[in-house]
Write a protein that binds this ligand. Structure first.
Ligand code: XLS
Ligand code: NI
Ligand code: NI
Length: 441
């Protein structure tokens, strides 16, 4: 029987803001939750969220070796009781860290049973403790999701499986995960197509699989209405891993899919940095694409390793990256339902519980600093002014006529025949702009 855990982090005091001169590793140097930036507190800008799967369930194994994580509160069983205990540890951690949100998959928080019925019951038993702990601490659920990729039944995919029974199982699992998310007051629900893709086209009917994926999402939209769930639906793009090709490969592919199947109004995107780079894009690119479609919902904040090339899900510590993220978020007017969700894990070598604090403190500080830098760049105004100027030929004359749809080919030709040649181009000044950004970092 599991012994009741009183305090898993007894030696750690609540993490406080001590400012940039502090040498205390268990203090924030930049994240000052109440500080007002652009009229809003840092806490409200950043809406930090801790992920249950990496932080409390990842054993820190890799393809070459077993897990290394030391988690003394675990009793070594896959019991509901152990899962309930773990919830208390998780909330103690999040409370001491000062994270206002968390996110989970159904199977992270509660053990899978032998049947769907048993799994649902296990989830209810653990959700009860999640609810109590949310109530006790005021920590809220950013989003919930269903794990439709770990179990062997999902080997060929979930919604895109060749096996209709597997689709039905996945739909039932999503139904339950949505209900629990709703009961816990979740502000969103994420669909990451873990194994929705293929390993070889020789055995794959791609069109049929995509139709099925859209079917599942339409069912989810219908069910959302039925139960009165008001949270935001998100799709999370990722190009590969574990499949060779995932259908939701990047922001543009997701947006096209959602448009094609009449789903765009019901979904926004949850962008993850390491997925952007796996797709051959920068996070800033993916954010810009999504903002352009009014579809940036939330971010899974992490980073990859340029020399490794797989989804290493590291904690973000690079100020250039966090500045770019915050420039994009401020540009879109801030998060509504979304947040900065640390879909990140400590390294296999960082196996002690205290490393979980170092990792999150670093990520939160990096984003807080990114927010400050981004706000300073905006306040300065030179960057924005440069871009505005660069396109000023579109503000009047032929440019304005083209933009507003009032010019035809004939008009363009008439204009250019009269003028003889196009006005001279001006420099893009990339180096000047890179230097300008460096003034603020
Ligand atoms: C995995 C994904 C996953 C989603 C939620 O690569 O990032 O963790 O965020 O299913
Ligand atoms: Ni993610
Ligand atoms: Ni990832």
């Amino acid at each position: 029987m599991a012994k009741a855990v009183k305090s898993a982090f007894a030696k750690v005091k609540p993490i406080a803001y001590e400012g940039p001169d502090s040498k205390n590793p268990l203090a924030f140097k930049h994240y000052n939750p109440e500080e007002i930036i652009e009229g809003k507190s840092m806490e409200d800008h950043l809406r930090f969220s801790v992920v249950y799967w990496h932080t409390f369930r990842n054993p820190l194994s890799d393809p070459f070796g077993a897990g290394t994580a030391l988690r003394p509160w675990e009793d070594g069983t896959d019991s509901v009781r152990n899962a309930q205990n773990r919830v208390k540890v998780a909330f103690e951690f999040m409370e001491k860290l000062g994270a206002p949100y968390y996110a989970f998959h159904d199977r992270d928080v509660a053990p899978e049973g032998a049947t769907l019925k048993q799994s649902n019951r296990n989830l209810d038993l653990v959700a009860k403790v999640l609810d109590e702990e949310q109530e006790r601490t005021g920590i809220k659920l950013l989003w919930g999701t269903a794990n439709l990729f770990s179990h062997p039944r999902y080997a060929h995919g979930a919604a895109t499986s060749c096996n209709a029974d597997v689709f039905a199982y996945a739909a039932s699992q999503v139904k339950k995960a949505m209900e629990v998310t709703h009961e816990l007051g979740g502000e969103g629900y994420t669909f990451w197509g873990g194994r929705e893709g293929y390993a070889t086209l020789y055995n794959t009917d791609m069109k049929r699989e995509l139709d099925h994926l859209a079917r599942l999402l339409h069912m989810a939209v219908d069910y959302k209405k039925k139960i009165g769930f008001k949270g935001q639906f998100y799709i999370e793009p990722k190009p590969k891993e574990p499949t060779k090709h995932q259908y939701d490969s990047d922001a543009a592919a997701c947006l096209n899919f959602l448009r094609e199947y009449d789903l765009l109004e019901h979904f926004k995107l949850n962008l993850e940095t390491n997925h952007a780079t796996l797709a051959g894009h920068t996070m800033a690119h993916e954010m810009d694409v999504s903002i352009g479609a009014n579809a940036l919902g939330s971010i899974d904040a992490n980073t990859g390793d340029a020399l490794l090339g797989w989804d290493t899900d590291q904690f973000p510590t690079d100020f250039y990256l966090t500045t770019q993220c915050m420039l994009a978020i401020l540009k879109m007017g801030g998060f509504t339902t979304g947040g900065v969700n640390f879909d990140a894990k400590v390294r296999r070598e960082s196996f002690e519980p205290i490393d979980l604090f170092h990792a999150h403190i670093g990520g939160m500080d990096a984003f807080a600093r990114g927010l400050r830098i981004a706000a300073a760049i905006r306040e300065d105004g030179r960057l924005e002014e440069f871009v505005k100027d660069r396109y000023s030929s579109w503000d009047e004359g032929i440019g304005a006529k083209i933009e507003s749809g009032k010019a035809s080919f004939d008009d363009c030709e008439k204009y250019m025949l009269k003028k003889g040649n196009a006005a001279k181009n001006t420099s893009g000044r990339q180096e000047y702009l890179e230097n300008l950004i460096n003034e603020f970092i």
